[in-house]
Design a protein around this ligand. Structure first.
Ligand code: ADP
Length: 259
């Protein structure tokens, strides 16, 4: 018995095949549009550092420069190239996440260990900037099954921001706790904060709040990468903030990753 013929005749099957192919093309097209959007934004972001490098190159051609000025221009070029480099690697990471091409490998681990390790890694950098990092957490282990490296990437990113958007004498507090079937952590700073109007947008790609744009280097991709990683794990990432008072980022993750 030909099962196919019980339900469809040959012509119907052809129509279904065509419809399925059209649906696949539509999905592919929308993916291509999204990718084109992302590339447009990237090109736009590349323009600023490239324009700075060009300006500095012209200035360097002047013959009346002191050694100090030359040194400063060279440093500025190095800074702008670092920014280009950061943009390129963040962009690659982001587009891989968007395309769903990053492989996730879930293992069981204690969130407290991951947080302690991340704090230890970033403490020298924080201390150099005159900022302290303290951690508080539950006494019992906070086990979860998730991609440890990816969660660490989120923690390091949030800690780096808490240090960067802060000032000498500032402090960063890390908290971790369990709530039913999920574990959470928060990273709180008493730094520059985020204006209310910018707050709903900080997880969007390339978005940078108005109070920091000139003074602090960055790509505006870090939080969108964090958001995507947490989303893929079935968790949530939220922020509370007040200008000149500080920001708190809170991440909640299911104990068992829902893929
Ligand atoms: P980047 O730091 O490279 O600009 P992110 O995606 O990590 O990009 O952050 C997006 C924006 O959110 C930042 O540009 C900044 O305006 C704001 N932001 C993130 N973390 C903090 C923080 N801890 N304190 C103040 N502003 C922050």
């Amino acid at each position: 018995v030909n099962k196919k013929q019980d339900y469809f005749n040959e012509q119907d099957v052809d129509v279904l095949t065509v419809l399925a192919a059209q649906a696949a093309i539509a999905v592919e097209n929308s993916r291509l549009y999204q990718q084109a959007d992302l590339i447009n934004e990237l090109v736009h972001e590349l323009r600023t550092p490239l324009a700075s490098i060009l300006t500095i190159a012209y200035l360097l051609k002047r013959s009346d420069l002191t050694n100090d000025q030359r040194q400063q221009f060279a440093e500025s070029i190095a800074e702008e190239v670092t920014r280009l480099n950061d943009l390129a690697s963040s962009y690659l990471e982001y587009s891989r996440l968007e395309a769903g091409r990053l492989t996730f490998s879930a293992t069981a681990f204690d969130l407290r260990n991951l947080l302690t390790e991340s704090c230890r890694t970033l403490r020298p950098k924080a201390e150099e900037a005159g900022i302290s990092i303290q951690m508080f957490s539950a006494d019992q282990p906070l086990f979860l099954t998730a991609d440890e490296n990816k969660i660490k990437q989120v923690v390091v990113n949030l800690l780096n921001n808490a240090i960067k958007y802060n000032q000498t004498g500032g402090r960063v507090l890390v908290n971790a706790w369990k709530n039913g079937d999920s574990v959470s952590f928060s990273i709180q700073d008493n730094g520059v904060g985020i204006p209310e109007a910018d707050l709903p947008h900080v997880f969007e790609k390339f978005y940078r709040a108005h109070n920091i744009q000139e003074a602090y280097p960055g790509t505006g991709l870090g939080l969108s990468i964090c958001n995507r990683i947490i989303e893929i794990h079935g968790g949530t990432i939220t922020v509370q903030s007040q200008v000149n008072a500080g920001s708190t980022f809170t991440v909640e993750l299911p104990v068992n990753v829902k893929k």
